[in-house]
Write a protein that binds this ligand. Structure first.
Ligand code: PHE
Length: 389
């Protein structure tokens, strides 16, 4: 009896040792492995789940194309996904798991700036680069004047976007006064409110009121009534689609007929579904890309995307695709899957032609790219103008 017990423990110990050995092998980003594992920290559920899913679609398309053409450094590249549930604390958990458990060599995502910000310390502590396709808040790449060594992005930043919409308000809408309606639960929205105010004021306009709401709010009527009383020429609403749909609907119901201006967070069919096509007329928002752009790269991407997913690619899908290409380019130039070497190569990204423009990173790890202004016309997105930096 006793002997049997002993041999059983011996067996268990041996199994345990094997397990440790196996784990040990996995912990160096396996130089001999046949695959390159990239983490995908995305909003797959929760408030901005549509954004997360679209971005992942774009990444997966790029990975599929590159793998079909022989992969990267002779290996297949794969995306290991973790759902951050559209919450900053979950985004921290997701990156921790991706790095410690899945041993990814770089992390793509999240989408929303607040969620990206919640992952940067973990990337930095583990020396694993974090590349957001979409996060536009300035603090993502620069912390108190210093460039964060392990943080990168594939998109323009909010001061540019705020500037584009402030100038659009003044030049194209002939606005002299504006009200800003900000989402106080989002770093993205707060940063844009500041940028818009600075640019609008500098161009001679007057901000006649600032009001706030929070994510998940449902009833905006009391505040909208107050805004209506301020009688502004335009209302600037830097926010995400769930709240934007409701705000636009309620504003029109309450008789606010002036142009409503937004930013990239407006780019989702849910806005049309919730607000209605009619309510959305006379609204305009800045974005990274328009599928109606005449650039041949855009056409080629849009065609491949439609074939793969049966729908038009949003700006998020395009940025996801571009961020994936940016990372692949860096891994190839690094000629290594070591996270620190990928970091060094990312920093040197230059003249990389992608769907949303040309990526050359400045010393802040920010690309300098153009923006488009899009109009919602009878429920459809119509390209209005392109603005170069
Ligand atoms: N720029 C947004 C943010 O930083 C994310 C976003 C990008 C949303 C592109 C829609 C389209 O939070």
């Amino acid at each position: 009896m006793k002997k049997k017990w002993l041999s059983l423990t011996g067996g268990l110990l041996a199994v345990g040792m094997l397990g440790l050995l196996a784990a040990g092998c996995g912990s160096s980003p396996a130089a001999d492995s046949k695959e390159i594992k990239i983490g995908g920290n995305f909003e797959l559920t929760g408030g901005v789940a549509n954004f997360g899913k679209q971005t992942v679609n774009g990444i997966q398309l790029a990975f599929k194309e590159v793998n079909a053409a022989g992969g990267v450094l002779g290996k297949q590249i794969t995306l290991v996904q973790a759902d951050n549930k559209s919450e900053p604390s979950e985004a921290t958990n997701a990156i921790t798991k991706l790095i410690n458990q899945d041993k990814v060599v770089a992390v793509l995502g999240p989408v929303a700036s607040s969620n990206v910000l919640a992952t940067l310390q973990v990337g930095q502590d583990n020396k694993v680069p974090v590349l957001t396709a979409t996060g536009t808040n300035t603090k993502i790449t620069v912390d108190e004047g210093k460039t964060r060594p392990y943080a990168f992005r594939a998109c323009f930043i909010d001061p540019f976007q705020g500037n584009v919409m402030a100038n659009f308000a003044i030049k194209s809408m002939k606005a002299k006064t504006a009200v800003i309606y900000v989402d106080n639960s989002s770093d993205y929205s707060k940063g844009l409110a500041e940028s818009f105010e600075a640019a609008f004021t500098q161009a001679g306009g007057t901000i006649v009121g600032k009001e706030a709401f929070l994510q998940k709010d449902q009833d905006f009527k009391a505040t909208i009534t107050k805004i209506k009383g301020m009688n502004p020429d335009v209302v600037f609403i830097p926010a995400y689609y769930e709240e934007v749909g409701k705000i636009v609907k309620q504003a029109r119901e309450l008789g606010v007929t002036v142009p409503l201006l937004g930013t990239d967070g407006w780019d989702d069919p849910k806005v049309v579904e919730v607000a209605s096509a009619a309510a959305l007329n006379n609204t305009y928002f800045s974005n990274h890309y328009s599928s109606q752009d005449s650039d041949p790269r855009v056409a080629k991407f849009a065609e491949a995307y439609k074939k793969e997913y049966g729908q038009e690619p949003s700006a998020l899908a395009a940025l996801g695709y571009d961020a994936a290409l940016m990372l692949i380019d860096a891994i190839k130039r690094a000629n290594s899957t070591e996270p620190a070497k990928i970091r060094d190569a990312l920093e040197q990204t230059k003249n990389l032609q992608v769907v949303t423009g040309i990526i050359s990173l400045n010393e802040k790890h920010d690309p300098v790219k153009s923006a488009v202004v899009i109009e919602y016309k009878d429920g459809k997105q119509a390209f209005k103008e392109k603005v170069n930096p």
